[in-house]
Design a protein around this ligand. Structure first.
Ligand code: GFB
Length: 331
């Protein structure tokens, strides 16, 4: 964070970029992260612009260019992405690589053509080598081989952050990147084949309780460790970075703590009230053994998450219960 003045780093809430009065385009507002960003931006006195796929397909270069030139946003947050859990990443490598690359190139290039002054690109903690030092510092990028189960998504996200760095270097624009850890919360995908681990566990425990099942199955060995952040905290950190950070280096966004998948499952079962057994399935992939990020850069700006993992899981389960009819859970 070399480019952030020390006073702003220590005070945390001083701004180097003012959102008030700006036209802020959130690309991907129907996704879990995009929706949380739109909600968070309500407190910023800015005008939020969104466009559904029916209005602008982000994979269509012509559509993106003409929408940008008509709407002329001042600021862009690129939260649109094809996302999914470990199995979806492994099953649809072409979709994960192609769709993410094309969305990033279309949005970043069109933003530049329209003189967008500030852009925040959202990546993922999977950009780091599968056996990176723990906690993973930002400069561990490209120091070793990627995790095979999500290398396609990782390559696309690395390309996105490098695009921001390249436009910044060549054209002097203030395009920055944030790398969030595994996120969860309201609006998550509960489709068991495609989801990440937390929504999968919430749904499995909930249904096992309803059916009075003896056990719930989890994928893999239960030994991998993961760091989790509630999506409202992630959105808050993104807006904080948007306002206070300007630099070529991407910034890790996480909680700074991790748990094993087995510990996580026990917590979810407790919250849901399921008292049966937990069985592991080593035929399913574990993925990377650990990916706890070093969040000292972000925390040194004064930002801290609001939710503990326990509170966040309780909140996510409440949301699931209240939205069970409309939640994304086709499989
Ligand atoms: O959340 P998840 O799918 O993604 O899986 P990754 C995390 C861990 O939970 C893995 C285990 O070790 C899974 O084997 N797990 C146990 C389960 N039971 C389940 C289950 O029922 N469903 C799921 N999904 N997992 C993703 C990447 O990696 O992380 C993405 O594939 C992205 O590209 C995302 O970067 C943040 O943490 O392994």
């Amino acid at each position: 964070m070399a480019e952030l003045p020390a006073a702003e780093r220590s005070m945390g809430h001083d701004t180097v970029y003012k959102l008030a009065g700006k036209r802020v385009f959130v690309a991907g507002h129907r996704g879990m992260v995009g929706a949380a960003l739109v909600k968070r931006l309500e407190h910023e006195n800015c005008e939020v612009l969104t466009a559904g796929r029916d209005v602008m397909d982000l994979r269509d270069q012509t559509a993106v260019r003409s929408w940008m030139s008509a709407e002329k946003p001042d600021t862009v947050i690129l939260a649109a992405a094809k996302v999914g859990g470990i199995l979806a990443n492994d099953t649809y490598p072409a979709d994960f690589l192609y769709e993410n690359l094309v969305i990033e190139t279309n949005v970043i290039e069109s933003a530049f053509r329209q003189d967008v002054g500030k852009l925040l690109f959202l990546g993922s903690s999977c950009i780091y080598p599968t056996l990176a030092p723990q906690p993973i510092p930002e400069d561990a990028l490209l120091t070793g081989p990627l995790e095979p189960t999500n290398q396609w998504y990782a390559i696309a996200k690395i390309a996105g952050l490098k695009l921001c760095e390249a436009y910044r270097k060549q054209h002097g624009v203030d395009y920055v990147s944030a790398m969030p850890t595994n996120l969860y919360g309201p609006g998550d995908n509960y489709d068991l084949e495609k989801s990440h681990v937390i929504p999968a566990l919430i749904r499995k425990a909930h249904e096992a309780k309803q059916k009075q099942a003896a056990s719930i199955p989890i994928w893999g060995t239960g030994t991998p460790r993961r760091e989790f952040l509630h999506v409202d905290d992630a959105a808050d950190a993104m807006i904080h970075l948007l306002k206070t950070y300007s630099g070529a280096q991407h910034v890790n966004v996480g909680s700074g703590e991790d748990v094993t998948i087995l510990e996580l499952t026990r917590q979810v079962c407790e919250i849901v009230g399921f008292q049966g057994e937990i069985t592991t399935d080593p035929s399913k992939p574990d993925g990377t053994p650990r990916k706890l990020m070093d969040v000292s850069t972000l925390f040194s700006t004064g930002w801290k998450p609001h939710y503990s993992l326990r509170d966040g899981l309780e909140h996510a389960y409440r949301w699931f219960n209240e939205n069970i009819e409309t939640a994304r859970m086709s499989a």
